[in-house]
Design a protein around this ligand. Sequence first.
Ligand code: SF4
Length: 474
Amino acid sequence: MQAYPMTPLPLADRYTRFRDFVFAGVAETSTKLPGLDEPLAELDLQSLWFAGAFGNEFTSTDGKRVRIVDFGVWNSGAGPDFNHCVIEIDGQTKRGDIELDPDARDWERHAHGANPEYARVVLHLFMNAPAETFYTRTLDHQEVPQVRLDLAMLHTDVRPNRGLAAVRIGRCSTPLREMDDARVHSIIESAAQHRLEKKSLRLHRSISAQGREQTIYQAISQALGYRQNQQAFMLLSQRLPIRRLKGLSAEQREALIFGVSGFLEGVKFEDTEPETRGYLRQLWQEWWRMREECARWLEPAQRPHWKLAATRPGNHPQRRLGALTIMLESWDKVSAPLMDATRWSQMAWKETLAALAHEFWSRHYTLLAAPAAKPMALVGESRVQEMLANVAYPLLMPERTRLWAEYLELPALLENQKVSRAVLRLFGESPRGTLFQKKLHHQQGLLQIYEDFCLEDDSACADCPFPERLKEWA
Ligand code: SF4
């Protein structure tokens, strides 16, 4: 794994030490990631692997040094999960396929060892393994190196998702009340820097695995997915990498994205509006030619798991895919300021996104909905803010730390339940609750404190170390 390459933000380190002191010695054995309600599914693990979230240097089960030189491509047909991979084992280069299974024994359970399609596998990855030694062998009796993955490799603060903390005023509200605004602000700003650094680290890990352009494209896709469909958008953007999409015509690109999403499969022409039928015909004209080579991804277990319940019409993933396709049409303009930090201009980037329009999706919420009376923004203000907060600044800040001043001015995002709870617990009814909710960095700092302390506390504040540690914050 390439080391975190750039200048860290100065206050982040202070909060990191503050927080690490508190959590020193806490053993974390989660099988869930923060923000996810369920244990990771096989597809999620594969997606994390491909994003480089586990790193790119490992030790095999028999003690050899394994380095991933090229993560390859997602396999859209029969056979191992990833093709065209390049790895180094103790310095020796090997080219071939990679298989990732939840359990080492899945190799035999699914008869991969007798399947010629698995003969080119150069690395077998798994999360669980039996106590006794288990060998991975191909049809030709070649032993395949094994690497056991562990969620602890992902990043240091993987913890169980604990939902929300109770709504009540916390014990820390008293010492916080006694501190002046500048000191409270310095804690929140430090926590916000710590949070931004974690986001930067994730993005730069992905860059070392997949390259900068692919990372930008994946991160933008995720932001379009909102919280509910982030994983599905991530999977789609990994299966259809930017270098492949850039080589297609606009029509092919759009058809491939909607085809691989699985949304075209279930829509019947007769259920749609006349205007939609024309659009569907245009998509199918290209998709039927590419559909066969993507057959594996259309199997129910392999499709992205779209979450549609409680999704507002404007945030429906079909509409967001429409936004993605139009962003890809202007990709050079959208990506250039993120590819090169010296070309960054917040205003120009926002204008580029605000100008995006799509003949069909600017007036439709879904493939089945009737057209809206007038065109709607495809990438609205709140999405742009979200991308600034989660893509642009975390990506660029380590390269231009002077952007922190710009980041401090970003307005708060839409109301967030966790932030509201954090404000109530830390400040009660005090006007500070309003003062420290105006800017994005306020929200980010409060979220960090809430996750690090409130969500870790099982004692109704009694044993929480935050109030006592506050006294040391000069
Ligand atoms: S758990 Fe700790 S940080 Fe959260 S409200 Fe209680 S005292 Fe404050």
